[in-house]
Design a protein around this ligand. Structure first.
Ligand SMILES: NC(=O)c1ccc[n+]([C@@H]2O[C@H](COP(=O)([O-])OP(=O)(O)OC[C@H]3O[C@@H](n4cnc5c(N)ncnc54)[C@H](O)[C@@H]3O)[C@@H](O)[C@H]2O)c1
Length: 345
């Protein structure tokens, strides 16, 4: 194993996650939380878990119908959840969403943001079917929708989180402000020929790396800051519905929303976890039982060592990560086709 003991202190590494520790969800009581993309899928699963822990949650999503339905269902149970419609690709729209969360919170503050809004990608095979044989026909511009939502949208969310963490901080805040990025295992290895999604998820990881050690970024007088990242495998949600049969045919198990919720709750509730990336793997027996710390730092060789070990021991499927060659049945580029060449969302 390569040693890092000779590295200067700027090559900072934080403590690996202790998965044996119990998750104490009471730490979230009355916390002011935003979940972008919280109307569906894994975002909605986390909204429910945060609500059950007694937090005040604002769901920010473009899907008004599902967002309102989720907020109403949880409010009827006595939890504190509101929905505000946003388009994550608009800074003004997200700003209005963040302000509504602060108004909704019991102490006019913001404590935790989970950035889960996202779109799937479009396989590159689908692009090339549109090449015209007419010599002077110009190409149409490719859709940037996936990059706009997954990367630019998340950049806006990260910016607004830091801004409002600082602006609404109260003297004597005991717990640190917390920003959780939802990337993907596609932010670690190639999702074969799905360039837009792959690029967006590597981009999210890059953004997280840039601030993962910035514990003092909210100022000397301000509260502490921590940021962590979740990198799920394929999870059974509407995003994967179209490709699920293909994945199962390849023997690839999908994770469940509860596997993600288990990872996110561990991060959210344990103040000692800072600057860590957690992989969400499909469970063996219980929700989250195969999740692991990616070691995405100098000591972990930028997650390379853990990822490879987990492929070798069967926790992750190598095909799930690297796809297969052009033209064979494992060609990932053929799975992400969208309808009429559009992005599947
Ligand atoms: N499902 C998976 O296999 C998987 C794996 C790894 C990472 N992820 C990531 O997890 C996140 C959630 O995915 P999911 O599987 O729950 O998908 P999902 O489609 O169920 O949920 C995504 C949510 O994002 C919202 N959204 C999309 N565009 C938006 C916009 N412009 N503004 C605001 N909201 C918008 C959607 O309305 C939806 O509610 C995404 O970032 C996704 O890339 C998912």
């Amino acid at each position: 194993m390569p040693s890092t003991s000779d590295l200067p202190s700027t090559f900072y590494c934080t403590k690996s996650i202790d998965f044996s520790k119990a998750v104490d969800s009471s730490t979230l009581k009355d916390k002011s939380v935003i979940v972008t993309g919280g109307a569906n899928g894994l975002g909605a699963g986390c909204v429910t878990a945060f609500a059950e822990a007694g937090a005040y949650i604002t769901v920010l999503d473009i899907n008004e119908e599902n967002g309102n339905a989720l907020a109403s269902a949880l409010t009827e149970k006595g939890y504190h959840v509101q929905f505000t419609k946003i388009d994550a690709t608009s800074f003004a729209s997200q700003t209005a969403g963040f302000k509504s969360a602060i108004s909704f919170s019991p102490h006019s503050t913001l404590d935790l943001v989970l950035c889960a809004a996202g779109l799937t990608g479009l396989g590159m095979n689908a692009w090339l079917e549109k090449v015209s044989k007419t010599p002077d026909a110009d190409p149409s511009p490719p859709s940037t929708a996936t990059i706009d939502v997954n990367l630019t949208g998340l950049f806006y969310s990260a910016h607004l989180s830091l801004y409002y963490f600082k602006q609404t901080a109260k003297l004597g805040d005991k717990s640190s402000k917390h920003l959780i990025f939802v990337s993907s295992l596609a932010g670690y290895v190639a999702l074969d020929k799905v360039a837009d999604y792959n690029a967006s998820k590597f981009g999210v990881r890059g953004m997280w790396k840039a601030i993962r050690n910035a514990n003092g970024i909210l100022g000397e007088e301000g509260p502490g800051f921590r940021t962590n990242l979740v990198a799920p495998t394929f999870i059974r949600t509407q995003m994967t519905a179209a490709i699920e049969p293909g994945l199962l045919a390849m023997g690839i198990s999908l994770g469940e929303i509860e596997d993600v919720t288990a990872g996110v709750m561990r991060l959210a509730c344990d103040e000692s976890i800072s600057g860590r990336a957690i992989a969400i793997a499909a469970r063996e027996k219980m929700a989250g039982d195969r999740n692991f710390d990616l070691g995405d730092d100098w000591e972990g060789l930028d997650a390379g060592r853990e990822t490879l070990d987990k492929i070798r021991d069967g926790t992750l499927h190598s095909l799930e990560l690297v796809g297969g060659g052009q033209g064979n049945k494992y060609d990932r580029g053929n799975m992400f086709r969208g309808e009429d060449g559009n992005v599947i969302s």
